[in-house]
Design a protein around this ligand. Structure first.
Ligand SMILES: [Zn+2]
Length: 309
């Protein structure tokens, strides 16, 4: 389930997304272009969002119940939530959001979007979970053109030898065509995919697509079981959420063209962990020279660790 920013649209290989003829010209442009030409602006009826007011001391609190993914997998059933809004209402909201974006962002930064229409040259590739609460553009403020994003269950990178997936197809394009300088893998709190990984039996449940996918993180699970078996299951999952990010970073090096660029200093690999319970973000960078990774049992060395809260 790849999602290609900036236009959040899955685009076939023949589309202009893959036309990079002018991408190099974009690297030096400023983020914000000049004001839009008012004559080109389309008239639109816009309805403002009703934003709930929050007091300055309001404590952010996510839902207390963990995701039900694991339970759903085991019981092979999905509970359909009560629908309180019609499809028309939902799409009317999306229409208003789009028209607001067009008026306030697109038309106000016309030159920037005109250049982006010619090609893209993002500095980042971001690999994040498909969880709806973990939106890289929202939490890190990526603007259109700044990050090439792929999202999958539990933000995993399968090793090179496992063969093609949407994730490593996007990786190949980002590294070899877009020539991004940074890959950021973002894990997060209360990840349903990681709970599924930690709940599964040691032998992979091949009958489940989710089970088969998250087994890409089996090494993170084993490391967690070794290091944190004395902790509660919830704490083990939290440990594994971060361990799986490191597992993905190590797996990135199994791709020869990634490893070569990292070794030459053309590409940096970063880990991130977004905790939406207390709204904090932890970031670290792989220390390639310090790691000397020969196999997955070696310890990953990191540097430039910082904690944003
Ligand atoms: Zn997740």
């Amino acid at each position: 389930m790849a999602v290609f920013s900036p236009n959040n649209t899955l685009v076939p290989a023949s589309s202009s997304l893959f036309d990079l003829s002018d991408s190099s010209q974009l690297r030096t442009q400023s983020i914000f272009g000049s004001k839009a030409k008012s004559g080109a602006s389309e008239r639109a009826q816009l309805r403002l969002w009703a934003v709930p007011k929050r007091g300055p001391g309001l404590k952010l609190q996510a839902a207390k119940e963990p995701p039900e993914l694991t339970k759903q997998i085991k019981e092979d059933k999905l509970e359909v939530p009560t629908v309180t809004e019609s499809s028309t209402d939902l799409f009317d909201e999306l229409k208003q959001r789009f028209l607001s974006f067009k008026k306030n962002k697109y038309m106000e930064n016309w030159e920037r979007y005109e250049n982006l229409a010619k090609g893209q040259a993002p500095k980042f590739m971001v690999i994040a979970c498909a969880d709806s609460r973990v939106c890289p553009s929202s939490i890190l403020g990526f603007q259109p053109g700044e990050a090439f994003v792929v999202r999958n269950v539990a933000n995993m990178v399968p090793p090179y030898e496992n063969g093609p997936t949407e994730t490593n197809a996007a990786l190949e394009f980002a590294v070899n065509s877009l020539k991004v300088g940074n890959i950021l893998v973002i894990g997060h709190s209360r990840c349903g995919g990681i709970r599924a990984l930690m709940s599964m039996h040691d032998d992979v449940e091949t009958s489940s697509l989710i089970g088969s996918w998250v087994s890409n993180g089996m090494h993170a699970r084993m490391r967690t079981k070794t290091a944190a078996s004395h902790l509660s299951f919830d704490r083990q999952c939290k440990h594994c959420e971060k361990e799986s990010v490191n597992c993905s970073l190590v797996n990135l090096l199994t791709y020869p063209w990634v490893e070569e660029k990292v070794r030459n200093g053309e590409l940096s690999l970063h880990g991130g962990y977004y905790d939406f319970v207390d709204c904090s973000f932890e970031k670290w960078t792989m220390d390639y020279k310090g790691s000397e990774l020969k196999d997955q049992n070696d310890q990953l060395s990191v540097k430039d660790r910082s904690y944003w809260c």
